[in-house]
Ligand binder design. Structure first.
Ligand code: ZN
Length: 397
């Protein structure tokens, strides 16, 4: 669970200051050239939560502040890696105890912050939650955030146009989250449920080049930021966002995709016992007791299961295909396009594709780039009707 309450409680003040829900500022002062300069948009990335301890270090000049008072707690030009733990009255860094619930580490110039083995750009907040755990939120410019995302989303040796298409989709998705997460404590997490982000440690020359080459470009539809979902392999047909995310938009209604054919990881197989299934469904919030049968339900036109039917001690129950997948584990049931076979050893799921299937098919983008389509054509194929715009023309905050 996200410890939003404590964070809200102790960070209310910062919402009006530097660490506001999202930070929009001008790159320059009010010079005559400033009208054409892009705004900086900060993303808040939850990079760790529910931790009993962390290791923090800073290479370069830094300041540590109390977030809710702007009081300077420490400063220096090098912070040897020290253990941070939550205490009853605040946060302890090495031998020093700060009597505050949230500290902000502000690096100067090119200083780098280390949390464990990961290096981060931008500002890092460390919050002690009500449950006496630590949570870390990294605030950084969206472009720099993308440097740390792209490597995880796309192999850095892929064709440049596939990387550029991915950079624009990822930037658009992050902005969409910023617009829609205003009352949360962060915009994105650093795991597969939003976009995988590894900080500065994950930057590579070619992925950074793709981000720079597409700077500020996003996808817009009807003048708004498109929820530019993407996934690994669609296996022949992308999914309509309506069934999965309840978003009904022309660019996200799904289309056939011949370009990911033959991709690695296309076919998958997994096995569960009824008991294992039951445990996972219950943990996910779908109650089931004494499952004794399972069957495929209706499929949509992309081939994915709209429903999975299970029978338990209370009768037959229909579960949405994408929810069933998430409940059992998105890395075990890699897509909702699968067949079910019941064997004496357990229930076997054989499927194709990887991911929810909405929006751009990453392996399809790779296939298109290999066939010499450029990034505009790739994006136009996977998000038909969407337009590439500079985000300054689209965002209204
Ligand atoms: Zn595909």
């Amino acid at each position: 669970m996200i410890p939003t309450n404590i964070y809200q409680k102790h960070l209310t003040a910062i919402r009006n200051t530097l660490c506001a829900i999202f930070l929009v500022s001008s790159l320059t002062g009010p010079s005559e050239a400033s009208y054409s300069k892009p705004r900086l948009i900060n993303v808040r990335v939850s990079v760790a939560k529910d931790k009993d301890k962390l290791v923090l270090g800073v290479k370069g000049h830094y300041t540590i502040q109390a977030v809710n008072s702007d009081l300077t707690l420490a400063r220096g030009r090098y912070l040897k890696k020290e253990v941070i733990i939550p205490t009853n009255s605040g946060i302890k860094l090495g031998d020093k105890e700060f009597k505050v619930y949230c500290i902000r580490i502000i690096p100067k110039k090119d200083a780098t912050i280390f949390i464990g083995k990961n290096r981060f750009r931008g500002i890092v907040d460390i919050i002690r939650t009500e449950k006496l755990k630590l949570m870390v939120v990294n605030h950084l410019d969206i472009e720099k955030y993308l440097y740390g995302v792209l490597y995880h989303e796309t192999p850095h040796y892929w064709p440049m146009d596939a990387l550029k298409a991915q950079a624009i989709a990822a930037r658009t998705f992050a902005l969409y989250r910023i617009e829609n997460m205003r009352d949360r404590d962060y915009d994105v997490t650093s795991d597969i449920y939003s976009q995988v982000y590894g900080g500065k440690s994950s930057e590579r020359r070619r992925t950074t080049k793709a981000v720079r080459a597409t700077r500020s470009k996003i996808l817009a539809y009807n003048g708004k930021v498109l929820p530019a979902y993407y996934h690994s392999i669609c296996a022949g047909h992308t999914e309509n966002a309506k069934g999965v995310f309840e978003i009904d938009l022309l660019p996200l209604r799904g289309r056939s995709c011949p370009y990911c054919r033959g991709a690695r990881g296309m076919n998958w197989k997994s096995m569960f016992s009824y008991k294992q299934m039951e445990d996972r469904l219950n943990k996910y919030g779908i109650s089931a007791k004494g499952i004794n049968f399972i069957a495929e339900g209706k499929r949509d036109r992309s081939g994915r299961l709209e429903e999975v039917k299970i029978r338990d001690s209370k009768g037959v129950k229909k579960i949405k295909g994408y929810k069933f997948r998430l409940a059992l584990g998105p890395n075990m049931i890699k897509s909702a396009n699968f067949r079910i076979r019941i064997t004496p050893k357990g229930v076997i799921f054989r499927g194709k594709g990887w991911g929810h299937g909405v929006g751009m098919c990453q392996w399809g983008a790779f296939g298109m780039a290999k066939r010499r389509f450029n990034y505009r054509q790739i994006l136009d194929f996977y998000y038909p009707g969407a337009k590439i715009k500079n985000y300054n023309e689209v965002i209204r905050f």
